[in-house]
Design a protein around this ligand. Structure first.
Ligand code: GAP
Length: 511
């Protein structure tokens, strides 16, 4: 646990030091759970968004993208259920005066049971070596069986109580499990209450005539209310999808873990409209497809897992998370939801407008069912950034900090370094930069010894360094250094652009 905390602190400090993420309005001591992306962060975020958009929208003939407004008619949120049901169960500690999400306290407790089971498994693996049969061990070892069944029971009881809106039982569960305030250890809890997460604001010039609005808590509803506009103008045939990326806002009670849970964040969502009855087949399809997208980035298959929901949201008939191994353990990165026809039907009812598709093959009209894929861009940023940050021991005994971002996502693709600041080397380096900058985001760096510049670029996540030396003046060649292998190759200047294209071409990444 302490190791995880250290790693996480390192991630946060590194993100600041290298211009990725700053606290919002930091000169005024920041704003809780709101963050600004710096010069490198904005590029990385844009590259993740583009990678998603390319794959989801431009590489799928039957998916189109839109950009709906953040402000929406307030009835939208009545229809979607957010006014009545977008709540978190919160609990206060009477001694520390701290507020927590009751479900998060219980989930953290359950996760500890999981970690205890995992510890037993790891110990046994070490003891038995090659002959270790994990499947047999987890089904027969009494301690592992007990931890796992306790974990299941706790989560199932919480899901039942939340479904039945039995908040008294949620509190009883917290007390029975002896859950204490994580900061102070106090077990002096208030009752559990529901708390709506939407931010309200006003539209209009005077207080008397102003309309109450909400800042959208998800981008999905902008897609639903435009379903017919897009279907008709794009002559879309079912099955088809509508995607969008954009800001969403939630007044999170427990805002912690850096950009994992923010109050202002960005989502990348796609709603896929299908024939009623075919939704569960499509649900499986999108689960598989989305995992494939993640794996294409090469952050390690072992860092992803599916978590099927016990407690379904008010609109879903099946739902799963893709969880990622963040520095604080496996947590939700993306949700795949089978949303039934809930949203379109609700918007039909509240707007009085038909939101149906005439299916020429069936010769009938129906309200389509929907599979949603929904990922937080900031959370994806954290997954990529934290997994990429490593301290490496080198052969000469020294260590280097390197940010091994997938090259396709890295903010700066190559740094052009003249070996010295004289003898005409900067001129050649500038010329290379002027040529490459049309196709790639490149950087020029001439300060300090070249070794230090390599380390600086390694830590900033730049996948390639191109060094101009005295030989360059004679042979028109440069050295290209690979951030991850530190291998250096001599290549002609004329071939640089092709080399970078080969390494960064989306075709090589998205398969
Ligand atoms: N339209 C469905 C929807 O919004 P969700 O599970 O509430 O579902 C989807 O959110 C994704 O949005 C999550 O998997 C997560 O990646 C991201 N997300 C949700 N709340 C967030 C927050 N407070 N901060 C950062 N990302 C968040």
């Amino acid at each position: 646990m302490a190791q995880q905390d250290d790693k996480f602190k390192k991630v946060i400090a590194h993100a600041k030091e290298y211009g990725y993420i700053f606290s919002s309005s930091e000169i005024y001591d920041g704003l809780s759970a709101v963050y600004d992306y710096g010069q490198n962060g904005a590029e990385l975020k844009k590259n993740i968004r583009d990678y998603w958009w390319k794959w989801m929208v431009q590489l799928h003939e039957n998916i189109v993208g839109i950009d709906a407004a953040i402000f929406m008619h307030p009835t939208t949120w009545k229809a979607s259920g957010h006014v009545d049901a977008f709540n978190d169960p919160l609990i206060d500690n009477k001694d520390s005066k701290k507020r927590y999400r009751a479900d998060v306290l219980i989930e953290d407790y359950a996760e500890k049971l999981n970690q205890k089971a995992q510890k037993e498994i790891d110990k046994a693996r070490k003891r038995f070596g090659e002959s270790f049969d994990e499947e047999q061990f987890v089904t027969t070892n009494p301690r592992v069986v007990r931890y796992r069944s306790d974990q299941r029971e706790v989560l199932e009881r919480m899901a039942r109580s939340l479904d039945a809106e039995d908040l008294a039982d949620v509190k009883a569960l917290i007390e029975e499990l002896g859950i204490a305030d994580p900061d102070t250890g106090s077990k002096n809890w208030t009752d559990v209450r529901q708390f709506n997460l939407m931010f309200g604001t006003k539209l209009g010039a005077s207080t008397e005539t102003a309309t109450d609005l909400y800042l959208r808590p998800e981008t999905a509803q902008g897609i639903f209310v435009n379903f017919l506009n897009v279907q008709k103008t794009g002559r879309m045939k079912i099955p088809f999808g509508i995607a969008q990326t954009g800001k969403a806002f939630r007044n999170e009670i427990v805002a912690r873990q850096f950009i994992f849970r923010m109050r202002e964040f960005e989502q990348m969502e796609m709603q896929f409209f299908v024939r009623p009855g075919e939704e569960l087949t499509w649900y499986e399809h999108w689960k598989e497809q989305r995992l494939k997208w993640h794996l294409s980035l090469g952050l390690g298959e072992e860092n992803y897992r599916f978590h099927d929901h016990d407690k379904l949201a008010h609109y879903a008939n099946a739902a799963a998370d893709i969880e990622f191994n963040f520095p604080f353990g496996f947590k939700e990165l993306e949700g795949i939801h089978s949303r039934t026809d809930f949203d379109l039907k609700a918007h039909e009812a509240f707007s009085g407008k038909k939101l149906q598709f005439f299916d020429p093959e069936l010769n009938e009209s129906y309200v389509p069912y929907v599979i949603e894929t929904s990922i937080g861009l900031d959370r994806m940023f954290l997954a990529v950034f934290s997994q990429s940050l490593v301290d490496e021991e080198l052969e000469n005994g020294s260590t280097r900090t390197v940010l091994k971002l997938p090259a396709v996502l890295a903010p700066v693709k190559a740094a052009i370094l003249p070996l010295v600041k004289k003898d005409g080397l900067p001129d050649v380096a500038r010329k290379i930069m002027d040529d490459l900058k049309w196709d790639f985001n490149v950087d020029y760096d001439e300060k300090d010894a070249v070794g230090r510049r390599y380390r600086r670029q390694d830590a900033a996540g730049t996948p390639f360094c191109i060094t101009v030396d005295h030989d360059t003046l004679d042979d028109n060649s440069v050295t290209i250094r690979d951030r991850d292998t530190m291998e250096q190759k001599r290549v002609p200047i004329a071939g640089l652009s092709q080399i970078l294209h080969d390494k960064l071409d989306l075709k090589h990444w998205i398969k």
